[in-house]
Design a binder for this molecule. Structure first.
Ligand code: MN
Length: 274
């Protein structure tokens, strides 16, 4: 695009920082360009590099999953030299970043920091995780970041300071290890103050019981029904070494994910059916 790109800023001359030469970071999210958590992710990214770009949805897209906008045009709005919003989904935003805004692939994509957990099967609904999936598909090292909050209905009181304090520690070890193709890393910060976090654990994706979801039915001012999904008293499965348990115990949960959803355990028995 006809955007004057800022010169890549070299950290070589800035002794005392841990920033890397020429490391370009693309930051996105699913809560939208104005979300507090996006600014937290930008602050985390700036601990690694001065070359941080933001391409995020113009409106909240929580629950958008890995959806694409195919039936209407997308609009790209420039807010600042390196901040853009897209009138679409998180996946649209990553594609816009990679295909239009940046003139080369970034070294890292950070998605978040989401307002709320992305644990267990949340990852299949999550626009935050899906943006990192899209990055993984494009061959870019991609990490999803989410800040758990303590109780239902507390979405306006999310302890983002915990993510901000622990983000650098959780991400830095991932920067010089190879990511296998089609893999990404999902990080959740626990709902405790930063100084109460017990540490970082690498854990598997857990399983929640969504049987207690409900469809809340109410009437609009004109008397017509409307419905709103509600999750209450979500029960997490017992079992150790899952992301659910780690954040409940006050740890930052780090979970490697892959896009290959094949259930290999069933391959043979299924093949026997044909
Ligand atoms: Mn969200």
């Amino acid at each position: 695009m006809a955007v004057e790109r800022g010169a890549r800023i070299h950290a070589a001359g800035s002794l005392g920082t841990n920033k890397r030469d020429n490391m370009r970071i693309l930051v996105t999210n699913d809560d939208g360009i104005h979300a507090t958590g996006l600014k937290v992710a930008e602050a985390i990214a700036q601990q690694f590099s001065d070359d941080v770009w933001v391409v995020a949805p113009s409106e909240e897209q929580s629950g958008a999953g890995h959806s694409l906008t195919l039936t209407r045009p997308l609009r790209l709005r420039r807010h600042d030299d390196r901040r853009f919003s897209v009138s679409g989904t998180p996946t649209d935003s990553v594609m816009m970043g990679l295909l239009e805004v940046l003139d080369g692939p970034p070294d890292l994509i950070l998605s978040g920091v989401n307002r709320g957990a992305n644990l267990g099967e949340d990852v299949t609904y999550s626009g935050t995780v899906a943006a990192a999936m899209e990055g993984a598909l494009a061959g870019v090292r991609s990490i999803a970041l989410s800040q758990v909050y303590a109780r239902e209905g507390a979405g306006d009181a999310v302890p983002f300071a915990t993510a901000e304090a622990w983000g650098e520690r959780a991400i830095r070890p991932l920067l010089d290890m190879p990511f296998a193709p089609g893999t990404l890393v999902n990080i959740n910060f626990p709902a405790v103050p930063a100084d109460a976090v017990k540490g970082i654990r690498v854990v598997a994706q857990g399983v929640r019981d969504y049987g207690r979801a409900s469809m809340v039915k109410k009437r609009d001012p004109r008397g017509f029904p409307y419905y709103w999904l509600s999750f209450h008293g979500v029960v997490q499965t017992s079992g150790h070494d899952t992301d659910l348990e780690a954040v409940a115990d006050g740890y930052v949960a780090v979970t490697p994910l892959h896009l290959d959803l094949t259930c290999r355990d069933v391959m043979t028995s299924l093949a026997d059916r044909y």
